[in-house]
Design a protein around this ligand. Structure first.
Ligand SMILES: Cc1cc2nc3c(=O)[nH]c(=O)nc-3n(C[C@H](O)[C@H](O)[C@H](O)COP(=O)(O)OP(=O)(O)OC[C@H]3O[C@@H](n4cnc5c(N)ncnc54)[C@H](O)[C@@H]3O)c2cc1C
Ligand SMILES: NC(=O)c1ccc[n+]([C@@H]2O[C@H](COP(=O)([O-])OP(=O)(O)OC[C@H]3O[C@@H](n4cnc5c(N)ncnc54)[C@H](O)[C@@H]3O)[C@@H](O)[C@H]2O)c1
Length: 462
């Protein structure tokens, strides 16, 4: 007999947990299905543990910067402090009891297991079948994409999960992929004494972002002793007693560990999307502005392919909740999508890159301003490097994208995020007062740089 409920949420990462908890609080009969830990990738193997590592690694780097500015400081990097904090404070040793109680406290019911669609408004979990009167919400995230490099399958390669759970650091590590996971982990491990090589197939690190961002990330990693190889593909991988050997062009790179950080994918076939008429081979579940994927079916989070970030998943979750409850509100709008790669310097961006803006046929004006030449960058001294890049739609006179890289690049992004989101006219931004001497004061010369003729990147100083 099918069990009747109002809503079934499959996958309880940040998005799914928010949907399930909020709908349950609103009085609906909600079943949340979770195969692993309630909370998902972010708190246990993603954002939270990685940012705890980064906090510690940045302290190590800051200690190394003090001799020039404040006198000697001795720090002996000790990974056990980081590993211990991740166990105690972040993950409860990978126990989700607190999250389960949080969901149940709101009135939601947890069913532990793997959910699969079985037609419209129906989900099976093991030998149980749920029929959802209002509908089903898919929020199953993604899993690491393992490239088909000969020799890789069957070796004990690491993914983000092993890196986040590491009690001890390897002496050496090769990182396959120079995206967000690759660069963040590479810098942390290097700062704690691991010999790291990053192998990126594209011509630059952080290849989805502005070229300047990738160049700065490579420079920062190299300054931490990381070997950065771009435009290079692994041809063959071998594993033996001596660890990993990665064949690239004319050499073999060797390391104790290999971290695969080559992106993530959603396995829609395993989720049974064919039973509701969706393409199981698609890269993502297509959704409309209300996060609807089909009649009685919503999708939120990484599996929608609109940006694999916790804040996107939470944003979409709020929209899906409103739609399910029949409440008014704006549809999903990704024009001002912000993201921060938490390297040191932080590399943050919102909206379109210059290339994306040009590909959309916009008449684009850009401007790049260095941070170390700014008063605040100069005062900051070592570690003060960064830049600000603005992308303007010249016809409308509004910013459509911005990148802010620097010691507080993610925080500095906020104002630019507002500008892109609210389409604040550039002329209006030019007449704002920018606090002296902040990093964000660099926005002023960057805006001045936009006055140059179309297509010419200007460099300002502040
Ligand atoms: C190392 C790392 C660092 C990151 N750092 C950041 C960061 O700083 N900021 C940021 O915004 N984002 C970060 N991210 C990305 C962020 O973790 C994800 O975007 C976010 O977790 C996605 O949330 P989600 O709601 O899609 O679900 P997920 O967190 O992906 O969770 C999905 C859940 O669904 C469950 N599930 C899957 N299939 C089924 C099924 N069939 N049945 C039942 N349950 C199922 C899974 O077990 C999982 O618990 C990071 C990711 C990684 C890997
Ligand atoms: N700070 C953050 O917000 C944060 C941090 C970590 C992860 N994340 C999210 O998690 C997702 C996954 O991160 P990721 O770094 O795994 O993916 P990614 O897509 O950001 O980067 C993967 C990189 O691997 C490269 N690559 C792929 N196959 C390769 C191969 N065979 N050889 C060499 N390079 C190869 C790609 O060119 C790409 O640059 C990201 O999309 C991101 O949204 C966010």
């Amino acid at each position: 007999m099918d069990e009747q409920v109002d809503v079934v949420v499959v996958g309880l990462g940040p998005g799914g947990e928010h949907v399930a908890g909020t709908l349950a609080e609103a009085g609906l009969d909600v079943v949340g299905v979770e195969a692993e830990l309630v909370g998902g990738e972010c708190p246990y193997w993603g954002c939270v543990p990685s940012k705890m590592m980064i906090r510690a690694a940045n302290l190590v780097a800051e200690a190394c910067r003090t001799p020039a500015l404040a006198g000697p400081a001795a720090v002996t990097p000790d990974w056990s402090r980081v590993a211990d904090r991740i166990r105690r404070e972040a993950t409860d040793d990978w126990n989700d009891q607190v999250a389960v109680e949080r969901l149940e406290g709101k009135g939601g019911r947890l069913v532990r297991g793997t959910g699969r669609l079985a037609g419209e408004r129906r989900v099976t979990v093991g030998d149980r079948t749920f029929e959802a009167r209002r509908g089903v919400v898919l929020a199953t995230g993604g899993r690491p994409r393992i490239p088909s490099v000969p020799g890789l399958a069957g070796t004990p390669y690491w993914t983000n999960r092993d890196a986040m759970a590491a009690k001890e650091l390897p002496a050496s590590m090769i990182v396959l992929g120079g995206g967000a996971v690759g660069v963040e982990v590479a810098q942390v491990f290097a700062r704690f004494g691991c010999r790291v090589t990053v192998l990126e197939g594209q011509e630059r690190l952080l290849s989805h972002e502005e070229p300047e961002a990738g160049e700065l990330a490579a420079k920062a990693l190299r300054a931490d002793g990381v070997t950065v190889l771009t435009g290079v593909r692994a041809r063959q991988i071998v594993y033996g007693e001596a660890g990993f050997g990665v064949h690239v062009e004319n050499e073999v790179l060797r390391a104790e560990r290999l971290l695969v950080a080559a992106g993530r994918y959603a396995d829609l076939g395993a989720l049974g999307v064919r039973t509701v008429g969706l393409d199981p081979a698609a890269a993502a579940v297509p959704t409309d502005g209300r996060m609807r994927a089909a009649d009685g079916l919503w999708a939120v989070g990484d599996l929608t392919g609109r940006g694999a970030f916790t804040h996107v998943s939470m944003y979409q979750a709020q929209i899906a909740v409103r739609d399910i409850l029949g409440e008014p509100g704006p549809e999903a709008d990704y024009r001002a999508l912000p993201r921060v790669t938490f390297t040191d310097p932080e590399i943050a961006a919102v909206g379109l890159t210059e290339r994306q803006a040009r590909e959309r046929g916009l008449r684009v004006r850009t401007s790049v301003t260095g941070l170390s030449a700014s008063t605040r960058g100069w005062i900051h001294g070592p570690g003060g490097e960064g830049f600000l890049k603005l992308v303007e739609d010249a016809d409308r006179g509004v910013l459509v994208g911005a990148t802010s890289a620097g010691p507080a690049g993610g925080e500095l992004l906020y104002g630019l995020n507002v500008a892109v989101h609210a389409e604040v006219p550039v002329e209006r931004l030019r007449h704002m007062i920018y606090t002296y001497p902040t990093f964000h004061r660099a926005v002023e010369p960057a805006l001045a740089g936009l006055r140059r003729p179309d297509g010419v990147s200007a460099r300002g100083a502040c």
